[in-house]
Write a protein of this length. Structure first.
Length: 294
């Protein structure tokens, strides 16, 4: 059978007003990770959060979450480098460098992520920015390679793919065999990336195939569009990401208990297409990761 990586994204910046089951503490994240592992996930992606749900950049949060997960199962662990506009890149490189054991993977935004969301209190649009300059990306990559962490180039549009190509061509990103493909949002929703349509998905992935024929990718989206794009990816041989960060709902359930429910949906869809979920060690082999931490 064909093998598919199913990654679970456990929390991101998701609030509990969307779903009360979103995990925030290291203990909650570890319990959620184990549920996703048992459902068929081979990788878990997490964001540090404080007890009140705000973003945490504390190395101790990541160290504790990693420790608790590694005590329970052999999942591939995947941190984030996303940050708010007023947070320096040092906050990210610090937890990449200071956790007692290096993480295997970390997501890497390939430029500034800009949105014009509507403020619920004023009903007016405003600008939010997640920064990532060339200098920021270079510093993040230096920290990754110092610890043996694989950066995960995240492609939201063709500009990000061009940035990835630039970094790979000059050797700042050392490998060109893997991408995170993440078209998100709708036309006219104020998200300055490629909207999540089948046409845009194939436009991005056809360019990846054109320039990097040996590359593979994991795909995800946002909201209920997640299920359309993930199903398309499953049917056409790609790997997938699902979970609370991307959507707090399931197509037939507005209040899933866990990201494990999303994983179960992806595994069921995969098996209908003759694809079996990869084990964590199979995912390490497919993505050419460093040997799993002992």
């Amino acid at each position: 059978m064909d093998t598919i990586i199913v990654k679970a994204c456990l929390n991101g910046n998701r609030g509990r007003e969307d779903n009360p089951n979103v995990p925030w503490t290291p203990e909650e994240v570890a319990e959620e990770a184990l549920r996703c592992h048992d459902a068929g996930a081979s990788i878990v992606h997490m964001h540090g959060r404080n007890p009140d749900g705000s973003v945490s950049y504390d190395p101790a949060w990541y160290a504790e979450a990693d420790r608790l997960i590694r005590e329970r199962c052999d999942l591939v662990l995947n941190h984030t480098t996303a940050r708010a506009w007023d947070v320096p890149v040092d906050a990210v490189t610090r937890y990449l460098l200071e956790t007692p054991r290096p993480v295997e993977m970390v997501s890497l935004n390939l430029g500034y992520n800009v949105r014009w969301p509507v403020d619920k209190s004023t009903e007016r649009r405003h600008t939010t920015i997640s920064p990532n300059s060339y200098e920021d990306i270079s510093a993040t990559l230096e920290a990754c390679y110092a610890r043996g962490t694989m950066p995960e180039p995240a492609v939201q549009d063709t500009g990000h793919l061009n940035n990835a190509s630039t970094l790979m061509k000059e050797g700042t990103i050392r490998k060109s065999h893997y991408f995170l493909v993440e078209p998100s949002g709708l036309w006219g929703d104020g998200h300055q990336g490629m909207p999540s349509t089948s046409h845009n998905y194939f436009f991005i992935t056809d360019r990846i195939r054109e320039f990097y024929p040996e590359a593979t990718w994991i795909t995800h989206s946002s909201g209920l569009l997640t299920f359309e794009i993930v199903a398309l990816s499953i049917a056409t041989g790609a790997h997938v990401r699902v979970g609370f960060e991307d959507t707090p709902w399931l197509p037939n359930n507005s209040q899933p208990r866990s990201s494990a429910d999303h994983v179960e949906w992806a595994v069921t869809m995969s098996r209908l297409h003759g694809r079996e979920p990869a084990t964590p060690d199979q995912a390490r082999e497919i993505l050419d990761l460093i040997p799993k931490p002992s």
